[in-house]
Design a protein around this ligand. Sequence first.
Ligand code: IPM
Ligand code: MG
Length: 360
Amino acid sequence: MARPLVTVLPGDGIGPEVVEQAERVLRRVAPDVELVRRPIGGAALDEVGSPLPESTLAACRESDAVLLGAVGGPKWDNVQPVQLRPEIGGLLALRKGLGLSANIRPAKTYPALLAASPLKGDAGLVDLVVVRELTGGIYFGQPRERREQGRVAVDTCVYSVEEIESVAHVAFRMARQRRCLVTSVDKANVLETSRLWRETVERVAEEFPDVQLEHLLVDNCAMQLVRNPRRFDVIVTENLFGDVLSDEAAMLTGSLGMLPSASLRPNGGANPFGLYEPAHGSAPDIAGQNLANPIATILSAAMLLRLSLGRPDAADSIEKAVGRVLERGVRTRDLAADGEPYVGTAEMGNAVLREIAERG
Ligand code: IPM
Ligand code: MG
C-alpha cells in the first residue's frame, strides 16, 4: 500500500474530543498514514446543510479506511425531514452508502477493570464479539412514516436471505479464529424476519461443521449476558437486536467507553475497507468538558490498523499501551470508582502516548 489514506469524521458531541486523541495515537504509531478530516452529522448540517455532504461520502470512498467519532445531539433532535437528522441522514446513510453490512463489536474485559464491571468477581471477565447486521432490518425499512393525521407510526422490518447469509458468513469465519461457537440471536417465536434469519443461519452453518451453532431468543440472550457472559463467543444478530445487545455487552466489561467497533464489507478480502467508530454515542451531556473516555476510539484506530491497513504490530502496540495504562490505575471518570481520582480525555490520550513512547 502506498501512503494509506484515512478519512476522519469527528462529528458531534464528544466525537471531536475522542477522535483527536485517536489521531494523536495514529500519528505516533503510523506516521506515514495520511489523516484527512471531513464534516458529518449535526456539525455538517450546520456547516453545509447536509448531515452527509456528497464530498464527505466521496472522500470516504477514496480512502483506505474511515475513523468516526459520533453523531447527533439534542440540537438536531427535531430536525425535519428526518432524512436530515444526523443519525439517519448522516451515520446510517454513511454505513449504507459504503455497503458496510457487517459490524464487529468485540467486548473484552481488561483485567485491570474487572472491578468496574457490574458483575461480581470473575463473572465479569468477558471475551465475546457481537457481529451485528448493519444495513438492513427495521433501521432501513420502508415505509417509515406517520399515518392517520400523525396518530399512527409505522416502521417496517425487512430481511433478505442474501443479507442474512453474508453476515452469518462473517460470524462463522470469526468463530473459527476464536472458540468455535456461534450464538445466533432472534425473536423467531414472534417475527417472520427472525424465522427466515434462523433458517438461513442454519443453512450457512452446514458449511462450517467445525463451528457449533446455537439459537437464542433475544430476551433470553439479554438475560444470559447478565447471568453468565463468559459462555458466549460470537453472537450474530440483526441490526436492532445487535444495537441493544452490544451496549449491554460493552457495559459488562466496565464501561461503554471501552468498546471499539469495525464496520466492514462482508467480502472485503484480506484488508477490507472499513469504518471504525466507538460503540458509544455522542454523549452531549459531557461534550466539550474533557470528561469523555477516548479509549473506545483509540482501540477503534487499532482495529483500523489491523484490519484495513494490515498493520498488526502498530495495532498491538496501541492495545498493549492501553492495557498498561489501565494497569497503572489511570482512569477516566466513567471508569473510576466512587471517590477515586480520574483524568480527562486529553490526559488519557497523553498516558497512552507515553506508554507507546516508553515501551513501543
Ligand atoms: C450505534 C448507535 C447508532 C445505532 C445510532 C447513533 C444511530 O447507537 O452505533 O450503536 O443505533 O446504530
Ligand atoms: Mg448503539
